[in-house]
Design a binder for this molecule. Structure first.
Ligand SMILES: [Zn+2]
Length: 244
């Protein structure tokens, strides 16, 4: 293909429309100098109708994977539609957070001047590891210390933003940092603390088959870094909420 059609430096829309959707989207990403790692959101580079094209593309590649695994997807009724199911699952469920825009969040000024520690959680986490695409299931707790200039968001929105960031192939340390960055930017609190505890299925299913697959990590920012009492208060409230 590459030999037949040398890539011109500036493609026209007509050239682009002949490319598979994934190449078209990649072309826009590269042009904009936008990173597209597994845990990056690329929603604003995807145009109407292209998600369906991506689904068809992933389905056909997944079909090739099954073929390479020497699975007879024609006679085996269990795997007839596996390629289609997996494509749909990746794009619209488990990696959805890469392809859709951030959920709409209404921020409202801190009119009551709340400045008490607020804890949200546990928020259920369903993610996947970037290394093996195996599930990561866990929980997240978020501690916020607002000040009078903070923008408050509804409690359920913390869970929605968390879900949006986690439903991508992730690395746990990067996932909590991404979540912290997003919340810092929206809420602008004096302090932000996030604790994530998750079970990494690639540890059970493959490799060492180690049952010690729970991983806990945290991000502490602002007041939570400076104030040991605040940090203790947050962590002690979590232990009451059954953090193992
Ligand atoms: Zn893994």
């Amino acid at each position: 293909m590459a030999g037949e059609h040398p890539t011109p430096i500036l493609r026209t829309e007509a050239d682009l429309s002949r490319l598979p959707a994934s190449d078209r989207i990649r072309y826009r990403l590269v042009g904009a100098g936008h990173r597209y790692h597994a845990n990056d959101n690329i929603a604003r580079f995807i145009e109407a109708g292209e998600m369906d094209e991506l689904k068809a593309e992933v389905e056909s590649k997944m079909h090739e994977v099954l073929r390479a695994l020497v699975i007879d997807t024609e006679s085996d009724h269990n795997t007839n539609d596996t390629a289609k199911r997996v494509a749909k699952m990746f794009l619209t469920e488990v990696f959805r957070g890469r392809y859709v825009k951030m959920p709409a969040v209404t921020e409202f000024p801190n009119a009551e001047r709340l400045n008490e520690l607020m804890i949200v959680g546990p928020v259920k986490v369903r993610s996947a590891c970037s290394h093996h695409l195996c599930p990561i299931l866990g929980r997240v707790w978020i501690g916020v210390l607002p000040n009078e200039h903070s923008n408050l968001i509804g409690l359920s929105k913390y869970a929605r933003i968390c879900e949006w960031i986690m439903s991508r192939p992730q690395i746990q340390e990067e996932a909590v940092t991404m979540l912290a960055n997003e919340l810092s930017e929206r809420v602008k609190p004096d302090g932000l603390a996030i604790v994530m505890e998750a079970d990494h299925f690639c540890m059970h299913w493959r490799g060492v088959k180690d049952d010690e697959s729970m991983m806990t990590n945290s991000v502490m920012r602002g007041a939570f870094l400076k104030d040991a009492n605040l940090r203790r208060e947050f962590l002690s409230l979590l232990s009451k909420k059954d953090l193992r």
